[in-house]
Ligand binder design. Structure first.
Ligand SMILES: *[C@@H]1O[C@H](CO)[C@@H](O)[C@H](O)[C@H]1NC(C)=O
Ligand SMILES: *[C@@H]1O[C@H](CO)[C@@H](O)[C@H](O)[C@H]1NC(C)=O
Length: 323
C-alpha cells in the first residue's frame, strides 16, 4: 500500500513538475534575464489572455511581471490589473496559468505600483494596515517576488525620501524566503548620477541603505525604463552612465518598449539587437532586458509576442558567443 502510494505520488509529482509539451526555460547557465511585463490580462477582443504560449514556445522568458498590483481605499483593498485577484471574469484562469509557467521555471513577480498607484502613499502613511494585505496576497498566490514601480500617485505625490520603500524591502526580506526576488523599476535616468527625477528619492541612497545583516544587497536588480525620454534604447549611452554611477552590470536590466503603442521612444527589434549586443559585449555580466508589454510585444516587428522575447535572448547570446 505504502509502495503503491509512493509510486502514485512519484508519478503525480513527475507529471506536475514536467508537463511534457513545455520546454525548459533555460538551457545554459547564462544569467541574462529576459523579463516580460504582463499588463493587459485581456486580448484585443477583451477576452482573458492565455499566457501559456510563453512556455509552449522557446520564448526564453525567465521572469513574468504581473503589472500591476495596487492597494486601494475603495473597492477591493488590493487589485491586480485594476480588479480583485479573484475576479476570473476579467483575469480568466490567471492563477492556474501562473502555476504552470512557474512549474516550467519562469519566475512570476507582482509588479507593485505604477503611474497613479495609491499604494506608495498608503504604505508610507499606514504601513501596519496595508503591508499585511500585500503580504497575504504574495503568500496566497505563491509569487516568486515583487517588482517595485514607484511613480507619482493621482495627486502627483511620491514617497517622502527612502524611509517607506526601505521599510517595505526590509519587511519582505524578513517575511519571505531567502530566494524571494525584489526588483525595482526606476526610470533609467534615476540610476545615473543625475539628480533624482521621478520616484521621490535617490535610488543610490536607498540601495546603500538596503543591505542585509549578511552584507548582501536586499534589492536584487533594477529594471531601468529606457523610454519616455528617461533613457535611450538606440544606443548604450544611458546604460554606460548607470554603470559609471557604480551599479554592477548584473543588477542593471535594459528595460524597453516591446511595442510602439505603450509609450514614446520605441526601438525596432533590429535596433534593440544592436544595442543589446553593444552593451553585452562591453559588460558580459549584463543583468538582462525587459519588454513592456507581453500581449502587444512584436506587433511592430511582425513577430509573435513570444518571438520578440526570443529575439532579445538571441541578441544577448550572440553577443556572448562573439567574445
Ligand atoms: C479591506 O476590505 C475589507 C473587506 O471589504 C474591509 O472590511 C476592510 O476595512 C478593508 N481594509 C482597509 C484597510 O481598507
Ligand atoms: C533566434 O535564433 C534562433 C536560432 O538561430 C532562430 O531560429 C530564431 O528564428 C531566432 N529568433 C528571432 C526572433 O530572431
Amino acid at each position: 500500500m505504502l509502495h503503491h502510494l509512493l509510486t502514485l505520488l512519484t508519478c503525480l509529482s513527475t507529471t506536475i513538475a514536467l508537463p511534457a509539451k513545455h520546454l525548459p526555460v533555460r538551457q545554459s547557465t547564462d544569467s541574462f534575464r529576459d523579463i516580460a511585463y504582463y499588463a493587459y490580462f485581456q486580448d484585443a477582443n477583451h477576452q482573458p489572455y492565455n499566457i501559456l504560449p510563453i512556455i509552449e514556445n522557446p520564448s526564453h522568458i525567465t521572469h513574468l511581471n504581473l503589472f500591476s498590483v495596487d492597494l486601494r481605499t475603495s473597492g477591493p483593498n488590493l487589485t491586480i490589473g485594476g480588479v480583485a485577484p479573484t475576479d476570473s471574469s476579467f483575469l480568466g484562469d490567471l492563477w492556474g496559468e501562473v502555476k504552470q509557467v512557474q512549474q516550467a521555471g519562469v519566475k512570476v513577480l507582482a509588479s507593485i505600483g505604477a503611474y497613479q498607484a495609491e499604494c506608495w502613499i498608503l504604505l508610507q502613511d499606514d504601513f501596519n494596515t496595508w503591508y499585511p494585505i500585500l503580504l497575504d496576497f504574495l503568500q496566497r498566490y505563491e509569487l516568486d517576488g515583487v517588482d517595485l514601480d514607484i511613480e507619482p500617485n493621482a495627486q502627483g505625490q511620491t514617497p517622502n525620501g527612502i524611509a517607506a520603500p526601505l521599510q517595505l524591502i526590509q519587511a519582505l526580506r524578513n517575511d519571505m524566503a531567502a530566494d524571494f526576488i525584489i526588483s525595482m523599476a526606476p526610470v533609467a535616468a534615476d540610476l545615473t548620477a543625475n539628480p533624482p527625477e521621478y520616484s521621490g528619492f535617490d535610488y543610490k541612497q536607498l540601495d546603500n541603505a538596503a543591505v542585509g545583516p549578511d552584507g548582501q544587497h536586499q534589492i536584487d536588480f533594477f529594471n531601468g525604463q529606457f523610454y519616455n525620454g528617461w533613457g535611450d534604447c538606440s544606443d548604450a549611452s544611458t546604460y554606460d552612465s548607470i554603470i559609471l554611477n557604480g551599479y554592477s552590470p548584473d543588477r542593471v536590466i535594459f528595460g524597453v518598449l516591446a511595442d510602439s503603442e505603450d509609450g514614446n521612444g520605441f526601438c525596432s527589434i533590429s535596433t534593440l539587437t544592436t544595442t543589446i549586443k553593444t552593451i553585452r559585449t562591453t559588460y558580459p555580466t549584463m543583468g538582462g532586458a525587459d519588454g513592456y508589454e507581453l500581449v502587444r510585444a512584436g506587433q511592430d516587428d511582425d513577430l509573435q509576442n513570444w518571438q520578440w522575447f526570443q529575439g532579445i535572448y538571441n541578441a544577448s547570446t550572440t553577443a556572448l558567443l562573439a567574445l
